[in-house]
Design a protein around this ligand. Structure first.
Ligand SMILES: [Zn+2]
Length: 79
Protein backbone atom coordinates (compact mmCIF):
# COMPACT_ATOMS: atom_id res chain seq x y z
CA UNK A 1 0.00 0.00 0.00
CA UNK A 2 1.29 3.43 -0.91
CA UNK A 3 0.84 5.47 2.27
CA UNK A 4 2.69 8.49 0.86
CA UNK A 5 -0.27 9.45 -1.33
CA UNK A 6 -2.46 9.56 1.77
CA UNK A 7 0.10 11.60 3.71
CA UNK A 8 0.26 14.06 0.81
CA UNK A 9 -3.52 14.34 0.69
CA UNK A 10 -3.56 15.18 4.38
CA UNK A 11 -0.75 17.69 3.94
CA UNK A 12 -2.28 19.71 1.10
CA UNK A 13 -5.95 19.09 1.84
CA UNK A 14 -6.32 17.12 -1.37
CA UNK A 15 -8.46 14.34 -2.74
CA UNK A 16 -6.89 10.92 -3.24
CA UNK A 17 -7.42 9.54 -6.74
CA UNK A 18 -6.67 5.83 -6.76
CA UNK A 19 -8.09 2.42 -7.55
CA UNK A 20 -6.30 0.82 -4.63
CA UNK A 21 -8.96 -0.55 -2.28
CA UNK A 22 -6.64 -0.56 0.71
CA UNK A 23 -6.02 3.16 0.18
CA UNK A 24 -9.77 3.70 -0.14
CA UNK A 25 -10.25 2.03 3.23
CA UNK A 26 -7.62 4.17 4.93
CA UNK A 27 -9.11 7.30 3.41
CA UNK A 28 -12.53 6.36 4.76
CA UNK A 29 -11.11 5.80 8.23
CA UNK A 30 -9.13 9.05 8.23
CA UNK A 31 -11.88 11.15 6.67
CA UNK A 32 -9.97 11.94 3.45
CA UNK A 33 -11.84 12.54 0.21
CA UNK A 34 -11.35 9.64 -2.19
CA UNK A 35 -12.28 9.01 -5.81
CA UNK A 36 -11.70 5.95 -7.96
CA UNK A 37 -10.04 6.88 -11.25
CA UNK A 38 -11.09 3.90 -13.37
CA UNK A 39 -7.58 3.40 -14.70
CA UNK A 40 -5.26 0.98 -13.01
CA UNK A 41 -2.04 2.12 -11.46
CA UNK A 42 -2.85 5.81 -11.22
CA UNK A 43 -2.40 7.48 -7.87
CA UNK A 44 -2.40 11.21 -7.55
CA UNK A 45 -3.66 14.09 -5.47
CA UNK A 46 -6.17 16.60 -6.73
CA UNK A 47 -5.69 19.84 -4.88
CA UNK A 48 -8.53 21.77 -3.34
CA UNK A 49 -7.74 25.46 -3.33
CA UNK A 50 -10.28 27.05 -1.03
CA UNK A 51 -10.59 26.42 2.66
CA UNK A 52 -13.30 27.42 5.09
CA UNK A 53 -12.03 29.60 7.92
CA UNK A 54 -14.65 28.16 10.24
CA UNK A 55 -14.86 24.39 9.89
CA UNK A 56 -11.64 23.93 7.87
CA UNK A 57 -13.27 21.99 5.02
CA UNK A 58 -11.59 22.22 1.57
CA UNK A 59 -13.38 23.14 -1.65
CA UNK A 60 -12.38 23.24 -5.31
CA UNK A 61 -14.71 26.06 -6.28
CA UNK A 62 -14.68 29.60 -4.95
CA UNK A 63 -17.70 30.32 -2.81
CA UNK A 64 -18.66 33.42 -0.84
CA UNK A 65 -19.64 31.44 2.20
CA UNK A 66 -19.02 27.91 3.38
CA UNK A 67 -22.07 25.71 2.59
CA UNK A 68 -21.36 23.71 5.74
CA UNK A 69 -21.06 26.38 8.44
CA UNK A 70 -21.46 29.75 6.65
CA UNK A 71 -17.99 31.07 7.49
CA UNK A 72 -15.73 32.90 5.02
CA UNK A 73 -13.44 31.13 2.54
CA UNK A 74 -9.71 31.58 2.02
CA UNK A 75 -7.88 30.84 -1.23
CA UNK A 76 -4.72 28.75 -1.28
CA UNK A 77 -2.38 29.04 -4.23
CA UNK A 78 -1.12 25.93 -5.97
CA UNK A 79 2.52 25.23 -5.35
ZN1 LIG B 1 -17.22 25.82 7.09
Amino acid sequence: MDISVIALALDVGGIVLSDDYSIENVCAIMGIEYRPVGTSGIKRIEKWNYRCLGCGKWFKEKMDDCPVCGSGMRAHRKR
